[in-house]
Ligand binder design. Structure first.
Ligand code: AMP
Ligand code: GLY
Length: 415
């Protein structure tokens, strides 16, 4: 079958690379793709999603897979379905679980799913009163999509009220901040839980852990994620069973009740406090860099699994008895500003490791770092330690001007 992957990051590269293992996959297209995806498929640029859907129809695409949230919240799935095309991802209505934090929190409350105590408001007065009922540390979130930047962790009430003021005035996040969620601070550890869903049923993937901060020991600013590993030993069998029963199942039932059945990847951002899972957020797509460590762990025919999910016929899946660690290499100025182009050289790719390319372009057959998160070095192994060693062995072989990476990815699993 022919496959179209929407997106341009390491996540989409990883999906493409994994799909190349499937014998039934003939052509892979990326839209827009990056400078390296054109080595595993073909990049397609179109004016909009209507034109892309027409391309899919004309090119006999059997399955489209959507990577990023902005395409989902713009309604790409609805546009493709209108033309009778198979597409893996939630509708615009279901994507609100990610695109509106206020909607997500109200949904959790309505369906009795455990989350931080919160208020969803556009009134400074209401926010201030609620802040007074919380401990010193308070979390303030802009309602809309802010590319992971719309969350402020305030260390005292004055700072929290100020953050609300900045958001409601439109100064800090424009329209996305004109409604805010204020919530209690949860002190625990974070996990990324993924379920592939077909509207009715789901299968869980290995539980991953991301590393959001720029620097070692979780210091520095928040980023899109500097590395991930899976499966995490921090997710016990009991915890996984609880997340399935207490979060994923009621979410699928709840979304059906909202007339927005959830099809695609449900990514539950969890905070585990005293062995109890709280939902911090939902995302409606694979995480990046989590996807890069999940892809090598899924056994069998992935294109068929995703097609079955897209058409409401999901079956059980098999997982590989392995571990994966992914270390992000970013450009010098990430996450603050852009960085000039730099040529990437790769001396050797040791057995058991490989590269997923993200922020790169290509010129005369060479790959250039374009800024942001440039690539993910993935190592696989029979243990997390082995996978981690492989990932860092690979990193030693990759050079580009101004490269930065964390040296402690998977540390929580190895403590
Ligand atoms: P979100 O976009 O909602 O996942 O928030 C981004 C990051 O902020 C999360 O990955 C957490 O590290 C942190 N965070 C968000 N909400 C809370 C909370 N209620 N308590 C503690 N940390 C939080
Ligand atoms: N790595 C977290 C995310 O993709 O949102």
């Amino acid at each position: 079958m022919n496959i179209l992957i929407i997106g341009s990051g390491g996540r989409e590269y990883a999906i493409g690379l994994r799909l190349k293992e499937d014998k039934n996959v003939t052509n892979i297209y990326f839209s827009p793709g990056n400078g390296a995806t054109q080595k595993i498929g073909k990049n397609i640029i179109t004016k909009d999603f209507n034109e892309l859907a027409k391309f899919a129809k004309d090119s006999n695409i059997s399955l489209t897979i959507v990577g990023p949230e902005n395409a989902l919240s713009a309604g790409v799935v609805d546009i493709f379905k209108e033309l009778g095309l198979n597409i893996f991802g939630p509708s615009k209505a279901a994507a609100r679980l990610e695109s509106s934090k206020a909607y997500m929190k109200e949904f959790l409350a309505k369906n009795s799913i455990r989350t931080a105590r919160f208020i969803n408001t556009n009134s400074q007065d209401e926010a201030d009163k609620f802040i007074e009922t919380l401990g010193q540390t308070v979390v303030v979130k802009a309602d809309g999509l802010c590319a992971g930047k719309g969350v402020i962790i305030a260390t005292n009430h004055e700072e929290a009220k100020e953050a609300v003021r900045d958001m409601l005035s439109g100064d800090s996040f424009g329209e996305a901040g004109k409604r805010v969620v204020v919530e209690e601070f949860l002190d625990g550890f974070e996990l990324s839980f993924f379920a592939i869903c077909d509207g009715d049923s789901f299968v869980s993937l290995p539980v991953a852990q991301d590393h959001k901060r720029l620097l070692d020991n979780d210091k520095g600013p928040n980023t899109g994620g500097m590395g991930a590993y899976a499966p995490s030993p921090l997710a016990s069998k009991e915890l996984i069973a609880r997340v399935e029963e207490e979060v994923v199942k009621p979410t699928l039932i709840g979304m059906k009740n909202e007339n927005a059945p959830f099809c695609g990847v449900l990514f539950v951002g969890l905070m585990v406090v005293n062995d109890t899972p709280y939902v911090l957020e939902f995302n409606v797509r694979f995480g990046d860099p989590e996807c890069e460590v999940l892809m090598p762990l899924i056994d069998g025919n992935l294109s068929q699994i995703l097609l079955d999910a897209a058409t409401g016929k999901l079956n059980q899946i098999k997982l590989r008895d392995e571990f994966a660690v992914g270390v992000v290499m970013s450009s010098k100025n990430y996450p603050y500003s852009s960085t000039p182009k730099a040529k990437i050289t790769v001396e050797n790719v040791p057995v058991g490791s490989y590269i997923d390319y993200a922020g790169v372009s290509s010129e005369n057959g060479e790959i250039y770092a374009d800024g942001g998160r440039v690539l993910v070095a993935v190592g696989k192994g029979k243990s997390i330690k082995e996978a981690q060693i492989k990932a860092y062995e690979l990193i030693e072989n990759i050079k580009f001007e101004g490269s930065h990476y964390r040296k402690d990815i998977a540390y929580q699993a190895l403590k």
